[in-house]
Ligand binder design. Structure first.
Ligand code: PEP
Ligand code: MN
Length: 338
């Protein structure tokens, strides 16, 4: 950490800073320039309270040299992490398509969805049993019954299941139905107590990007999960809120190479919640895979116009088949399979 002192400082102020650093177990390297004194803090930066330093008299600016995230950072873990979900690898050479409806509705709907997802080449299935809806008057999800329906439908096709956890009180049910991948939704990306709890589990976690979260905040959210002992984390870019109203969210394709550089963990993209319309999904999906995403989380409903949630962004089964086919060539060009 580098501490830049203001132009008119006293020796006592420099001494206060160095004493404070010493109390945290760090050494100081003082450089006195013509106009500025700069103090370099040498030692474990994580012990420093940046805000407290910044509040000391004579301190103008405090700059971190080290990244605030450790366990999720590629600089701490050079090898790319591949996450194994019941034998399905996420983050390896195979691009994974996770398909399924926005929400679990009925058993026949889930049975059909599972059949179509498997037929299209998906190796994992999505579906929300607990739904974070903007309005409290709309369908809130089938709850625990939904988990049961989902498990039953997916098991017939050997598909591991991905579903959203909204509250720590749902964890027992998630374990009871052996949910394979826990999704932390956009609205909960910074629900730190929830992150700490999933950090204590060994289940893989898909961590969606917050509505307006910076990449650094997103990485720190993942660090919460990793710090608890669970390093099976998959980042999911699903678009961020912008000034534009034509589409639901702005897909941040740039985040894909940035995350690939910053973290060793897999990165997938949800083109459905980004575009918000089914017709945008193929183009966004192709962009995501071309940019290096390890997979997609796509909404597909057996009959989209009957969907109880997010009807206009769901692909129909044929569209999902077509999409997967159109992605194969892109994956191959990158030396990957699909
Ligand atoms: C979802 O995947 O069903 C969902 C609610 O997504 P998000 O958290 O990205 O809005
Ligand atoms: Mn949805």
């Amino acid at each position: 950490m580098i501490i830049i002192m203001s132009s008119e400082i006293t020796d006592a102020q420099v001494e206060t800073v160095t004493q404070r650093l010493k109390a945290w177990g760090l050494e100081s390297n003082i450089s006195r320039g013509v106009e500025r004194t700069v103090i370099g803090a040498i030692g474990d930066e994580s012990r420093i309270d940046k805000e407290l330093l910044q509040a000391l008299p004579g301190v103008e600016q405090v700059i971190r040299v080290m990244k605030p995230y450790k366990m999720v950072a590629r600089s701490y873990h050079k090898d790319t992490t591949v996450i194994d979900v019941k034998g399905v690898k996420i983050g390896g050479s195979q691009v994974q398509i996770i398909g399924g409806p926005c929400s679990v509705e009925t058993q026949p709907q889930m049975d059909k969805a599972a059949e179509y997802a498997a037929a299209a080449g998906c190796h994992l299935m999505r579906g929300g049993a607990f739904k974070p809806r903007t309005s409290p008057y709309t369908f809130q999800g089938a709850g625990i019954e939904g988990l049961a329906m989902f498990r039953k439908a997916a098991d017939r096709f050997n598909l591991p299941i991905v579903t959203e956890l909204m509250d720590v009180r749902q964890i027992d049910a998630f374990l009871q139905y052996d949910v394979d991948v826990i999704q932390i939704g956009t609205r909960n990306m910074q629900n730190f107590d929830l992150l700490k709890e999933v950090g204590r589990l060994s289940k893989p976690v898909i961590l969606k990007r917050g509505m307006a979260a910076t990449i650094s905040e997103w990485l720190m959210a993942a660090e919460y999960i990793a710090a608890g002992g669970n390093q099976n984390i998959i980042f999911c870019e699903r678009g961020v809120r912008s000034f534009e109203t034509y589409y639901r969210n702005m897909l941040d394709v740039t985040a894909i190479p940035v995350l690939k550089k910053e973290t060793h963990l897999p990165v997938i993209v949800d083109p459905s919640h980004a575009g918000g319309k089914a017709w945008m999904v193929p183009a966004l999906s192709r962009a995501a895979i071309a940019a290096g995403a390890d997979g997609l989380l796509v909404e597909m409903h057996p009959t989209p116009c009957e969907a109880w949630c997010d009807a206009d962004q769901a692909l129909n089964p044929e569209e999902l088949v077509e999409l997967v086919g159109s992605l194969r060539g892109i994956a191959q060009a990158l030396g990957r399979t699909l």
